[in-house]
Design a protein around this ligand. Structure first.
Ligand code: AP5
Length: 195
């Protein structure tokens, strides 16, 4: 199985690159942000509680997102592999993901971290906010809080994968198609190492 963590700060291009990767490698895309937004759209209690945090640019509790991933893994047991986008975002989430995958005798193949500087991230988020309608993109204070939460709470997840020699950094600035090619090259090198 090919199981990828696509990692990076808000606006780094995780969703953009995930769309291309799922087609090329026939993977199931698991984006916790998208799963949470579906819950909000459906008006569930979980969605309403998550919305209050998401609109402020804060993280949703670990147990909520871990539960959603657990459910999706059970639902997709025949998948050729997964791309985890926006998850894990804390070290306890990364540890939980390892435990969940072990139940299916599989593990993370590699983590690709998109590297983009804060000024470019804010520029992209505010530009997307003009058209996407995402409440957490609309104002600069919230966009900056998301980047700051990433730096304090999520960045340590990179060390977790680095210790497992699964961390690969890719420059996330430039043409989308060129970044995609770079990601694919790195995935194929990582797969060759595990073969
Ligand atoms: P989530 O939905 O995961 O959002 P995010 O991480 O903030 O990421 P984004 O979707 O904003 O950015 P992206 O990296 O996917 O970039 P994109 O491709 O869209 O999370 C939202 C919220 O949900 C969190 O704040 C939190 O509250 C909660 N949440 C989610 N997961 C959670 C978890 N695991 N634990 C706890 N809470 C969780 O690109 C951005 C823009 O840039 C687009 O307009 C795109 O067109 C453009 N762009 C992309 N690539 C390029 C490029 N190379 N050059 C120029 N522009 C580009």
């Amino acid at each position: 199985m090919l199981n990828l963590v696509l990692f990076g700060p808000p606006g780094a291009g995780k969703g953009t690159q995930s769309e291309k990767l799922i087609q090329k490698y026939n993977l199931v895309h698991l984006s916790t942000g998208d799963l949470l937004r579906s819950q909000i759209a459906a008006g569930t209690e979980l969605g309403m509680r998550a919305k209050q945090l998401m609109d402020q640019g804060l993280l949703v509790p670990d147990e909520v997102v871990i539960g959603m991933i657990d459910y999706k893994l059970r639902e997709n047991q025949d998948a050729a592999g997964f791309i985890f986008d926006g998850f894990p975002r804390t070290v306890p989430q990364a540890q939980a993901l390892d435990r969940l995958l072990a139940q299916y005798n599989t593990q993370i193949t590699t983590m690709i971290a998109l590297v983009v500087d804060d000024a470019e991230l804010i520029r992209r988020l505010l530009k997307r906010g003009e058209t996407s309608g995402r409440p957490d993109d609309r104002d600069e204070t919230t966009a900056r809080r998301r980047v700051s939460v990433y730096n304090s709470e999520t960045a340590p997840v990179a060390d977790y994968y680095n210790q497992q020699q699964k961390y690969i950094a890719v420059d996330g600035i430039g043409e989308i198609s060129e970044i995609f090619e770079l990601i694919c090259q790195n995935i194929e090198t990582a797969v060759a190492k595990t073969a």
